[in-house]
Design a protein around this ligand. Structure first.
Ligand code: GDP
Length: 298
């Protein structure tokens, strides 16, 4: 929780600190609502979520006769926590063996780093993990994954060159043969506008299904929180081609745009499985709505 608190310091100082001065008015009047609107929009909360939060605050102000900064802040925090609660759905990997997780996202979003963190996380739960080096475009990505695997005693299935779908197919076969619990399949970074690459990742998904008709059990989109509102377009585009079942929101520690999670909740809700709050191996946290809101409001 402390790490989360420290990690969200930028968003908090952008949003939380200023909220306090807005709420200092002590009553929910037009001026407060206007200032709050501006503040939420500049924190990447997005128009739709902002309007919902303002409407709820007005409703509660009337119903509960909100008075004083603390009560108003509490009402907003509660509303936000309610909005984010549906995104809180921790990933359970016991339903299948191996549980196949496919990782997607644009270049630099934090896929490879998150795979390392996830491997450590699942190992910490007593699970065996196998990595599939499905980013066959960048030799450096394969190397990065292999080095990481060696250091942590995790098997990495890789091929010198070739077809990402074939690598992932082999990895699932190897995981079955070895009785592995969790397969983490990396894929090359791509933009939603690169249609041939979107078609390629759709093929990776189909091949996973061929290797295991129940899979993939999780299609995880990794999003860099710094992209703010662009996250919505990425979720929608990747969802269209590979049917996204969960999100990882990375780099929340380096951004003031943590509010984008509220926009996701309203406009393209998907479970936020984990949030990244630093570069270190332990800087990945399961998403807990209430903790997140508390860390924002400080
Ligand atoms: P990929 O291209 O999607 O595989 O991205 P990488 O995993 O290589 O990550 C790109 C950069 O982002 C690296 O320098 C990572 O250390 C950094 N990174 C990833 N996740 C986080 C995070 O949660 N916080 C911070 N501060 N940096 C991160």
């Amino acid at each position: 929780r402390e790490r989360l608190f420290a990690g969200l310091s930028r968003t908090r100082s952008q949003l939380g600190g200023k909220l306090k001065s807005v709420f200092a008015r002590g009553k929910v009047d037009d001026e407060l609502l206007e200032e709050l609107e501006t503040l939420l929009l500049t924190s990447d909360v997005g128009m739709d979520a902002t309007m919902h939060l303002l409407d709820e605050l007005k409703r509660r102000a009337k119903q509960d006769k909100l008075e004083g900064a603390a009560a108003i802040q509490q009402a907003l925090a509660d509303t936000l926590a309610q909005m984010l609660a549906p995104l809180e759905a921790p990933l359970q990997v016991d339903s299948h063996k191996p549980f196949v997780i496919m990782i997607a996202g644009v270049n630099g979003a934090g896929k490879t780093t998150s795979i390392g963190k996830l491997a450590k996380y699942f190992q910490g739960q007593g699970k065996s993990v196998l990595l599939a080096a499905g980013d066959t475009f960048r030799a450096a990505a394969r190397e990065q994954l292999m080095t990481w695997g060696e250091r942590n005693n995790v098997t990495v299935i890789a091929q010198e060159s070739g077809d990402p779908a074939a690598v992932v197919f082999d990895a699932i076969a190897a995981a079955k043969a070895r009785g592995i619990d969790v397969v983490l399949a990396d894929t090359a970074g791509r933009l939603p506008t690169q249609l041939h690459l979107m078609e390629e990742i759709a093929k990776v998904r189909r091949v996973i299904q061929k290797a295991d008709p129940t899979g993939p059990h999780e299609v995880m989109l990794v999003l860099d929180a710094n992209i703010g509102q662009n996250a919505l377009a990425q979720v929608k585009a990747f969802d269209k081609s590979i049917n996204v079942t969960g999100l990882v929101l990375t780099k929340l520690d380096g951004t003031a745009k943590g509010g984008v999670i509220a926009a996701i909740a309203r406009q393209c809700p998907k479970p936020v499985r984990f949030i990244g709050v630093g570069e270190g191996i332990d800087d990945l946290r399961p998403f807990v709505a209430r903790d997140f809101v508390d860390a924002l409001f400080g």
